[in-house]
Design a protein. Structure first.
Length: 364
């Protein structure tokens, strides 16, 4: 578990409030500590700033969320499920960096690694090969759905202090869950059942849940795709390349089949990753995307950037998500812009704050 702090330039960008550094710090309302040579912000600082900007009492909202009067008035947090039927497009890298950025912005994030490869788990600093006590999401998807999972809090690995980023990790043993789920009744409802029966605890501890699913079409991926009806859509990460466009068509067909079978009404939002404006084949693929999916494309594109490839350098154990390692880089700034747009499009907010008051700056 780590304490996270970042520069004023990152804070003013991530806050989405459109305020200069001095006004943002005035909202935070705390003195600089003795150890802070330069002003540094924490996730709690930005959470406090959002509450004060919206004119909402943070402590009152916290007490209301945990009061007995609200026991039967809890909702499942907003859910972002990232999917792509083809591997190697940078889906996990985007998922992890989005989760870290949202946590830095003051949101309390639960990240569920739903891929047996456990790349997200490892990127967040948990070695899935050597940690023997991992309890993965498959444990909860295959159990008989009776009441809340009292062992759920024990399965959580805290990544950031203060509860701002928690992880349900994965490891290779989770691959057996897909085989088990094939024989389970209504397996597509298993993720929704997990979220529903644990909704009270989840809503008291998190503002958003992010699920990184495995490439392809797996029973776990299908279950979380169905659960994405909570937010009304899944998030597809796409590389502007020929085989990936065919995979996107396959993913959309998969979602249409789910909607026809369940009437879930799940849509799709598409993020373009590894964009390079000067490459001919990328320009051609962008033309196809703009023609077929123009209304579903997020306006923020993630560029090709070498820093993303250094996030999982086995020779350097200090590596990690780009937004933490190089927060002023082109890649990190693109992730910050994407994060703010997703907060708006998925309607993510803090308890008591109307969604339209979370991100008030105009997009550029």
């Amino acid at each position: 578990m780590r304490d996270v702090s970042f520069k004023a330039s990152v804070a003013t960008n991530l806050s989405g409030l459109g305020l200069p550094a001095k006004k943002l710090w005035d909202l935070v309302g705390r003195e600089k500590t003795e150890n802070e040579y330069h002003l540094k912000y924490t996730p709690q600082d930005l959470r406090t700033a959002h509450y004060r900007f919206a004119g909402v009492d943070e402590e009152e909202q916290h007490q209301r969320l945990h009061s007995l009067f609200e026991v039967n008035n809890h909702q499942i947090p907003k859910l972002i499920v990232t999917r792509m039927t083809k591997g190697g497009v940078g889906k996990t890298s985007c998922s992890v960096n989005i989760a870290v950025s949202m946590a830095m912005a003051g949101l309390k994030v639960l990240f569920i690694d739903a891929d047996p490869q456990a790349s997200a788990t490892n990127m967040l600093g948990v070695d899935s090969n050597f940690q023997t006590d991992i309890v993965h999401i498959g444990t909860f998807l295959t159990k008989k759905p009776i009441g809340a999972d009292h062992e759920l809090p024990k399965s959580i690995i805290p990544i950031f202090s203060g509860g701002f980023l928690d992880l349900i990790p994965a490891d290779i043993t989770m691959s057996a869950t897909d085989a088990q789920m094939v024989s389970l009744m209504a397996s597509h409802e298993r993720a929704m059942s997990f979220l529903s029966r644990n909704s009270r605890w989840l809503s008291q501890n998190y503002d958003v849940i992010i699920v990184d699913s495995a490439p392809g079409t797996t029973p776990i991926g299908l279950a979380f795709t169905y659960a994405a009806k909570i937010s009304g859509k899944i998030l597809a990460i796409v590389e502007p390349e020929g085989t990936c466009l065919r995979a996107l068509d396959s993913l959309e067909s998969n979602i249409n089949e789910i909607n026809e079978f369940t009437h879930a009404g799940i849509g799709i939002e598409i993020v373009i990753n590894k964009f390079h404006s000067q490459l001919k084949h990328i320009k051609e693929c962008m033309g196809v995307l703009l023609t077929q999916y123009s209304t579903k494309l997020n306006e923020n594109m993630i560029p090709q950037y070498s820093g993303f490839s250094r996030q999982m350098d086995p020779a350097n154990r200090a590596t990690g998500p780009l937004v933490l390692q190089d927060s002023n880089s082109v890649g990190a700034k693109a992730i910050f812009g994407l994060t703010k747009s997703l907060i708006k499009s998925f309607g993510i907010t803090l308890p008591g704050i109307p969604p339209e008051k979370m991100i008030v700056e105009k997009s550029t």
